[in-house]
Write a protein that binds this ligand. Structure first.
Ligand SMILES: Nc1ncnc2c1ncn2[C@@H]1O[C@H](COP(=O)(O)OP(=O)(O)OP(=O)(O)O)[C@@H](O)[C@H]1O
Length: 644
């Protein structure tokens, strides 16, 4: 038996319990609380992913997704300052060089200054042109540095959101759609961070500055520029509602297409086997055309905004030119100043045109951020009542005490008043028809969900009183459908305990009989397993999963036996590995094979979420109850109660 000492409280425990508190308090204050929660997230580190658990729950998408993107920016104050500064310098030098050039032209055309007096201004002009180019390069650099850091933060938040809701939320979403949110939707926000949010600040400052200088020349053209600037700034608002709806539909369609592509790639073998490749291509074609329609609608509206912007800019410049020309004609403005006035007007419009250009993407940015926050603000599937692990080690004594559980309200209960225990070091086999509730018992013991009624306990402690991380320390699982990452055999085993030494991993591999086949792999333990372990057989994948559980060394083990048929050699190796991993552990065995069932100390028969029978194989096989019927079913009517 393996009594494990309780692990020290981790930062994630603390954060997860804080989440519980904030969950209850604040779902309506999502946007305002966001600022505070954002500030708790430290830069670029894994704890950042943990700290976001403090975010208030906001089921569904945020109502103000763009506003929710803004506070993230202030997590990098130095870069914010540098981005604004570089933007101001870039536009400032740009305006200065244009104004200086215009003044020089005016002087040259009117002959107001002698030629040799213009040498210094020409040198100054060249210097400002070079400075403007350098500042522009710097601005692009820092703005993108900021944007890509924020994208990385968002992706960590997203993964954290997914983890908090796993596995329930994942069951209801398509892989390609989620991958689309993590990659493409996050990428879309780059527009906002690199080209929109701080550019608005710079555009406003430059426009006000240029208009101010113009005002010094003469108030009339400055007034005209101000009116047209205000009109220009309102363009993105005119069709904002339409832009939102179109952006949302476009991102959704992209998500669906991504999901279809991933579905098709994952199911390629089946499509080829059943000759459905053409049907799939047809389906993909339809989705692509649907996406095309959405993109076209979005583009049409964006084109309308572009046309309105162009018309307003042309109108503004013409008005300024007409006003300035008439002021010159009336003698209210020197002729030499005319080019400078026009150039200043162009400079005032320049950055505003730039930001209205990026503002045309706001519909998509809003929709993308809505999809992101719909994940990050998911209410946690399971909320820890306490971050404190128990004071001493817990005995690996498992109890299901009158447990009732329903996955969703529209489904019948998966477990009803289910009561059984597994004593320390004992192996109990759960058997029952498909849908009887066996896997549900495993899910509840892992605390993937919390019970609706009754309690699940380990060592007398209600799992709801233990932090999830502590439960995961106490219980490990060897699932039926083992997921292997496309990493080496060694790394896949080490997933059980990242700090395990190579020696410990090899010892676990030896006990799980992984060494037998690892030696024959091209690069031994360094051989990549392939995506989902595609380079290995089902039995080999299971043995790696057993090695993972061994290296984790949890006192309670859930073993979900694979139903697939294995060849005799694999079967023998797997059974030996199972014997090794069960040794000294409290084991819940979801068994399908008679040989495995019989190897358990006790058998619990589940029927419709309740315990129907309980006893040893010999006791139960001798009755005329559910177990005997199950055996008859499995052995084709020949009930073998003798030795195998
Ligand atoms: N994620 C889920 N959401 C909704 N209902 C679920 C979910 N998982 C299982 N169920 C339902 O709960 C009931 C018990 O399912 P469970 O998977 O525990 O049965 P099982 O005995 O393990 O079956 P099997 O031997 O086929 O794996 C079934 O009616 C099933 O449809």
């Amino acid at each position: 038996m393996n009594d494990r000492t309780v692990s020290p409280q981790t930062a994630s425990d603390q954060a997860a319990s804080d989440q519980a508190a904030s969950d209850q308090a604040a779902s309506d204050q999502a946007a305002s609380d966001q600022t505070a929660s954002d500030q708790t997230v430290s830069d670029q580190t894994v704890p950042a992913a943990v700290d976001v658990r403090r975010e208030p729950a906001d089921p569904g998408a945020s109502r103000r997704p763009i506003l929710s993107l803004v506070p993230l920016v202030f997590r990098h104050p130095a870069l914010v300052v540098l981005t604004i500064l570089s933007g101001l310098l870039s536009h400032g030098f740009g305006v200065a060089s244009a104004a200086l050039g215009a003044w020089l032209v005016g002087e040259a055309v009117t002959g107001a200054s002698p030629a040799d007096a213009l040498t210094t201004p020409v040198v100054l002009l060249l210097a400002t042109v070079v400075a403007a180019a350098l500042a522009r390069w710097w601005q692009m650099w820092v703005a993108h540095d900021l944007a890509y850091r924020l994208l990385a933060d968002l992706r960590i938040r997203l993964f954290d959101g997914l983890e908090r809701r796993a596995p329930g939320y994942l069951l209801g979403r398509r892989t390609g759609d989620l991958a689309g949110t993590v990659m493409a939707d996050v990428e879309t926000t780059e527009w906002f961070y690199a080209h929109t949010v701080l550019d608005y600040v710079v555009a406003a400052l430059v426009a006000v500055g240029a208009t101010g200088v113009l005002f010094v020349f003469h108030p009339m053209p400055a007034l005209a520029v101000a009116v047209f600037l205000i009109l220009l700034a309102t363009v993105p608002v005119w069709l904002a509602r339409q832009a939102d709806a179109q952006g949302r539909r476009l991102r959704e369609e992209l998500g669906v297409l991504g999901a279809e592509v991933v579905d098709g790639v994952q199911g390629l073998r089946e499509l080829v086997t059943f000759g459905r490749g053409t049907d799939y291509l047809h389906r993909l074609g339809e989705r692509t055309r649907a996406l095309q329609r959405r993109q076209l609608a979005y583009g049409r509206r964006a084109g309308l905004e572009q046309a309105a912007t162009d018309a307003l800019v042309a109108g503004g410049l013409t008005t300024v030119l007409v006003l300035a020309a008439s002021l010159v004609a009336q003698g209210d403005l020197p002729m030499a100043m005319l080019p400078a006035v026009v150039v200043l007007a162009v400079s005032a419009f320049g950055p505003v045109i730039e930001v209205t250009g990026t503002a045309r993407s706001l519909g998509q940015i809003r929709a993308a951020s809505q999809r992101i926050f719909a994940v990050t603000r998911q209410r946690a599937q399971v909320v820890d009542r306490s971050a404190e692990p128990p004071d001493g080690p817990l005995s690996p004594h498992v109890e299901f005490d009158g447990v009732s559980f329903t996955y969703t309200e529209d489904r019948p209960p998966a477990l009803s008043d289910c009561t059984f225990e597994i004593r320390p070091g004992e192996t109990v086999a759960l058997v029952g028809h498909s849908g009887a509730g066996k896997s549900t018992c495993a899910h509840l013991l892992m605390r993937f969900w919390d019970v609706n009624g009754g309690a699940v306990r380990i060592g007398g402690a209600d799992l709801r009183d233990l932090p999830q991380s502590h439960v995961r320390d106490l219980v490990s699982v060897v699932p039926q459908d083992v997921y292997l990452f496309n990493r080496s055999v060694m790394e896949n085993i080490r997933l059980g305990r990242p700090e395990a030494t190579d020696e410990e991993v090899r010892e676990a591999a030896r006990q799980a009989r992984v060494d037998e086949f690892a030696a024959g792999l091209p690069n031994g333990y360094d051989t990549l397993c392939g995506e989902r372990g595609a380079q290995l057989s089902g039995g080999q994948r299971q043995r790696i999963a057993i090695a993972r559980a061994l290296v984790r060394d949890s006192p309670v083990l859930i073993l979900d036996e694979a139903v697939s048929n294995l060849d005799a050699e694999n079967e023998e190796a797997l059974q030996a590995a199972i014997r090794n991993v069960r040794h000294g552990r409290t084991t819940l065995l979801i068994a399908h094979r008679l040989s495995t069932i019989r190897s358990a100390d006790r058998i619990i028969v589940l029927r419709q979420g309740r315990v129907a029978e309980e006893g040893t194989h010999d006791e139960l096989a001798g009755t005329s109850g559910e177990y005997r019927r199950l055996l008859a079913h499995q052995t084709g009517g020949i009930v073998d109660v003798g030795d195998d």
